[in-house]
Ligand binder design. Structure first.
Ligand SMILES: Cc1cc2nc3c(=O)[nH]c(=O)nc-3n(C[C@H](O)[C@H](O)[C@H](O)COP(=O)(O)O)c2cc1C
Length: 305
């Protein structure tokens, strides 16, 4: 067994065409698994890899003569394509323009996001880096306003059944276990959030996902690096911005639907296949309002050690 993901538990297979290999050693140098060795100026699969080929495809993508074929771990030769021209890369200024113009958008026009735009966002998000190939990110898409609203309604009803979770007696009980910062977070944010969501919905205001015409939930499996869904969500967000959409990340749904039989039933109702350590919703749509200024942001700190 190689490094497991929900999609693949076997190592990739490495095939080297001896006639094509010129023994340049580039594949050996870039393989971080030590899956390849050079013997008598030819590349060979190694007998002592660290984990077994994870199917990152780097050796196949870098080989100057096309001597390497990797298969397995969902990878095959059709997954390799000619690189787009480097001159079409956005430069720093263009990227910064996209980043600086982005704002979290919570007011969306009642206009559907076209299916081809949805596909473009998904295609871009699939280029995101991942902890270990093949990507173990799962995506649940709600592609209409009625679907995001139905999801939000169900979520508010689901939270009603968890009111004890933010009750004063439970928070007092938990404080010695989860500490001061969590206690402050629950009392100052999570508890009021429960109220805001459910009262909002009763007053016909969907504050869970803002009646967006499109939402995507990026989540993992028990094998997924927790960062992977968040990185994919970020790529989706930026791709959508480049396509003229407004976006907003939503962190408040994922943690609540992970636990217990109620959480499992909620996930099942919405076709969410796994509970996972991290996950993130992103909502998308055409914005109602246009910001007139950018907002300068900063990190909490930057230290060099
Ligand atoms: C991880 C993450 C989770 C977020 N969760 C929510 C959320 O649940 N609801 C919401 O309205 N905004 C949410 N936001 C949006 C932030 O509140 C938003 O980034 C903040 O208002 C700053 O605005 P800006 O993105 O325009 O700089 C989230 C953002 C991030 C990065």
């Amino acid at each position: 067994m190689a490094i497991p993901t929900s999609r693949s538990k076997e190592a990739g297979s490495i095939h080297i065409n001896d006639a094509l290999c010129k023994g340049c050693g580039t594949c050996v140098a870039i393989c971080s698994d030590q899956s390849l060795v050079l013997k008598n100026e030819k590349a060979f699969p190694s007998e002592n890899p660290f984990f077994g080929c994870v199917g990152c495809g780097h050796c196949m993508a870098i080989c100057p003569t096309g001597a390497i074929t990797i298969s397995g771990r969902t990878l095959n030769s059709n997954d390799f394509f000619d690189l787009p021209d480097k001159h079409n890369n956005p430069d720093y200024k263009q990227l910064m323009t996209l980043f600086e113009r982005r704002r979290s958008i919570r007011n969306f026009k009642d206009k559907a996001v076209e299916p081809e735009i949805v596909q473009k966002i998904l295609a871009a998000a699939q280029t995101a880096p991942m902890g270990l190939p093949p990507s173990d990110v799962h995506v649940m898409v709600l592609d209409s306003r009625s679907k995001t609203r139905a999801f939000a309604k169900d979520y508010c009803e689901f939270l009603e059944g968890y009111k004890w979770f933010v009750s004063n007696w439970f928070l007092a009980l938990m404080r010695p276990f989860w500490g001061k910062s969590n206690d402050e977070m629950f009392r100052g944010f999570i508890k009021p959030l429960f109220k805001v969501y459910s009262e909002g919905f009763k007053n016909n205001r969907n504050l869970v996902n803002y009646d967006a015409p499109l939402a995507m939930y990026f989540y993992g499996s028990p094998f997924t690096d927790p960062a992977d869904p968040l990185i994919a969500a970020t790529y989706a967000m930026l791709a959508a911005e480049s396509l003229g959409l407004g976006t907003c990340m939503l962190g408040a749904v994922h943690p609540m639907i992970q636990y217990g039989s109620k959480g499992r039933r909620f996930r099942e109702r919405h076709g969410i296949k796994y509970s996972s350590r991290e996950g993130l919703f992103v909502v998308f749509g055409y914005p109602v309002y246009t910001f007139k200024k950018g907002i300068k942001r900063s990190f909490a700190d930057i230290t060099y050690s």
